[in-house]
Design a binder for this molecule. Structure first.
Ligand code: C5P
Length: 231
C-alpha cells in the first residue's frame, strides 16, 4: 500500500487547508511497484497528475480522516506500506455547511489534531509487515528523522528537504534513507521515478520477499506507460 499526495481539510464548502504536495513521489513509487508486477493499492489525496496504475488500484480520499479510514481496511492484509502522503497534521475544529461570510471582525481559526496514519499502523504492525516513512525536514534533520522512525515504528525513513529541485512539486528529488539502526545512505539529485526505484531496492533489502526480480520489468522505466506525473 502506498499513500500519496496531500490531504485537504475543509473549513466550509469552498475553503480548505492543505500543503504543497503534488503526489509525484508517491505516484512514482506506486507506478514502479505496479510495473514490477506487485499487487499495489494506492490511497491518494487530491492531486492533478495522471495515475500511473489502473483506476481500480487507487482509492481517492480528501481529508486525513478519510485517508485513515481507507488505509485501515488494508492494515491487516498488506505486506508493506510506504507512507508518502503529506497528511495535514491539523484540521479546522469546526466545519460550516455554508460559505463563511466576511465580517468586520478578524476571524480566528481553531484547529484539532488529525490522526497519524503511520503511527496507527506502527502500533498494529506484525513481524512480517514492513513500513517506510518520509520525513521532510528543514532543521535537525537526522535527529528529527530518527525520532519519527522510532515513534512510527518504521523500518526505514526517507529524508528529503523542501529545497529547490527537491521535494514538493518538483520532478526531481534528493534523498537519504535512514534505517532502524540509524545507518544513513545518501542519494544524488535524480528524477523521482529513479528515486522510486532506489527506495524500492532498499525496501527489498529489508524484506524477505523479492519485489524487483531482475528482468521482471515488462516496461523499461524510461519508456514505461506509468509515472506520467513525473514528466
Ligand atoms: O508529518 P510527519 O513529518 O510526522 O510525517 C512523517 C511520516 O508520517 C510520513 O511518512 C507521512 O506520510 C506519515 N504521516 C501520516 N499521517 C499523519 C502525518 C504523517 O501517515 N497524520
Amino acid at each position: 500500500m502506498v499513500t500519496a499526495g496531500p490531504t485537504r481539510e475543509y473549513l466550509d464548502p469552498v475553503r480548505f487547508i492543505t500543503n504543497e504536495s503534488s503526489g509525484k513521489m508517491g505516484y512514482a513509487i506506486a507506478g514502479t511497484l505496479y510495473r514490477h508486477g506487485v499487487d499495489v493499492i494506492m490511497i491518494s489525496g487530491p492531486v492533478s497528475i495522471k495515475p500511473p496504475i489502473p483506476a481500480e488500484k487507487i482509492i481517492h480520499v480528501v481529508s486525513a480522516e478519510e485517508m485513515l479510514e481507507a488505509c485501515s481496511q488494508y492494515f491487516k492484509i498488506v505486506d508493506a506500506v510506504i507512507f508518502t502522503a503529506a497528511v495535514a497534521d491539523y484540521r479546522p475544529a469546526s466545519w460550516s455547511g455554508q460559505k463563511i461570510k466576511k465580517t468586520a471582525q478578524v476571524q480566528r481559526l481553531e484547529f484539532v489534531k488529525n490522526p497519524d496514519i503511520a503511527y496507527e499502523f506502527g502500533k498494529l504492525k506484525k513481524e512480517d509487515q514492513i513500513s517506510v516513512g518520509f520525513a521532510l525536514e528543514t532543521d535537525d534533520i537526522i535527529d528529527n528523522a530518527a525520532k519519527k522512525l522510532e515513534k512510527k515504528n518504521f523500518d526505514a525513513i526517507v529524508i528529503n528537504s523542501p529545497n529547490k529541485e527537491e521535494g514538493f512539486g518538483y520532478d526531481t528529488n534528493r534523498i537519504a534513507i535512514m534505517r532502524k539502526d540509524r545507518t544513513l545512505k545518501n542519494f544524488p539529485l535524480k528524477p523521482k521515478k529513479d528515486i522510486a526505484l532506489d527506495i524500492l531496492k532498499e525496501l527489498e533489502t529489508l524484506w524477505t520477499h523479492n519485489i524487483l526480480q531482475p528482468g521482471s520489468d515488462p516496461f523499461p522505466l524510461e519508456a514505461g506507460p506509468g509515472c506520467h506525473g513525473d514528466k
